[in-house]
Design a protein around this ligand. Structure first.
Ligand code: SF4
Length: 346
């Protein structure tokens, strides 16, 4: 019976070094191979040209390199690129490159489907199939960095975990991927250029605070009134705003980092003065920034973008209360790459 070969990138550097020692080779060979796997993103053992043919064969006998493959790349008229990424087991996730004048941002997925059930989100309609491994997250970033250099003449500058899935429900792999993205043995990016966006899992926010992570945190809030939030994000019934707020206070006390809130204003749902007052009350405890995001309807429209007047009301009230606000127009709408639209529509 054929034994299933292990994904070599599931091994830490020390484990790889030990493997070589167990094979009667030198530990430093592990460093060489590790560099090929991460920094040089080798897709095959044969690409490892400073490793002998025998050693490459030995690696082939024991391991596989489960690389992602960009199956389909769509380019929007505004420069946005959406990748349909095929994983080694045939499942597909999506990631997006968003260029602006000053930065190029990768929006990456952390799960196939999503564990949560936000009613306005296309990904929620796919059931959660599995978590992505750290290398599958890392590979999405590498693919987008390459596309950024090729089509926009500059390297990737920022990463947001805002694609498919709830990153804090795949905590260990997301953190491992970030470790490799920021490591000089990986892509060497600054953690300050990375933002993990969560719909708000209080226990995990506290855990991140305890681990003194250096990347930014964004919370998809969308309402600071429990009843409304639960109606659009049903898991809020289990993680009510009181718990979320307490976790964020803890995060701020530990990191002293400004908290970003992602917020869509929908017609008839949260476009009232009462809703914006609740938002101000919720986020005033720490330096905050609210991104008011334009909504992209995913179907015939239970959720509709609120009027410009309602968005201005939010903007004015937040600014009056000393809270930084940005109004984000969506990018890549013509290729379904905008926020909340990622759902493998191919
Ligand atoms: S908005 Fe995010 S957390 Fe909510 S269902 Fe969609 S992918 Fe999951």
């Amino acid at each position: 019976m054929e034994t299933k070969k292990k994904d070599i990138r599931a091994l830490t550097k020390d484990q790889l070094r030990n493997f070589f020692v167990e094979q009667g080779d030198k530990a430093f060979r592990g460093n060489q191979v590790y560099e090929w796997l991460w920094q040089k993103s080798a897709h095959s053992f044969d690409a490892m040209t400073n490793v002998s043919k025998e050693t490459r064969q030995m690696l082939e006998d024991h391991f596989v390199i489960n690389h992602i493959r960009v199956d389909q790349m769509q380019r929007s008229s505004d420069g946005t690129i959406k990748n349909a990424v095929r994983l080694h087991d045939g499942l597909v996730v999506e990631s997006v490159l968003i260029p602006t004048e000053t930065r190029t941002t990768a929006c990456v997925s952390s799960q196939v489907g999503c564990s949560l059930d936000c009613r306005f989100c296309a990904t929620a309609r796919m059931k959660r199939m599995r978590n992505l491994n750290a290398d599958e997250i890392y590979d999405q970033v590498v693919a987008i960095d390459n596309e950024s250099r090729l089509y926009h003449d500059r390297p990737l500058s920022n990463i947001v975990f805002m694609g498919m899935g709830e990153p804090l429900m795949n905590y260990n792999n997301v953190l491992k991927a970030i470790e490799m993205i920021t490591s000089p043995e990986g892509l060497g990016m600054s953690p300050k250029r990375i933002t993990v966006s969560t719909s708000g899992v209080p226990k995990m926010i506290k855990k991140m605070a305890d681990e003194e992570v250096k990347f930014g945190l964004a919370v998809s809030l969308h309402s600071a009134i429990d009843e409304v939030r639960t109606s659009i994000m049903p898991f809020n019934a289990n993680f009510p705003l009181k718990d979320l707020r307490e976790a964020l206070e803890y995060w701020y006390s530990k990191t002293k980092n400004r908290i970003t809130y992602e917020y869509v204003v929908w017609k008839g749902i949260n476009d009232t003065q009462e809703a914006v007052d609740a938002l101000v009350k919720f986020c005033k405890f720490a330096p905050s920034k609210v991104n008011l995001i334009e909504y992209n309807p995913i179907d015939d429209g239970e959720f509709q973008q609120a009027s410009d007047a309602a968005v201005s009301m939010y903007q004015n009230t937040l600014e009056r209360n000393g809270i930084t606000v940005t109004v984000r127009r969506s990018r890549g709408k013509d290729i379904d790459a905008a926020c909340g639209q990622l759902a493998n529509k191919q």
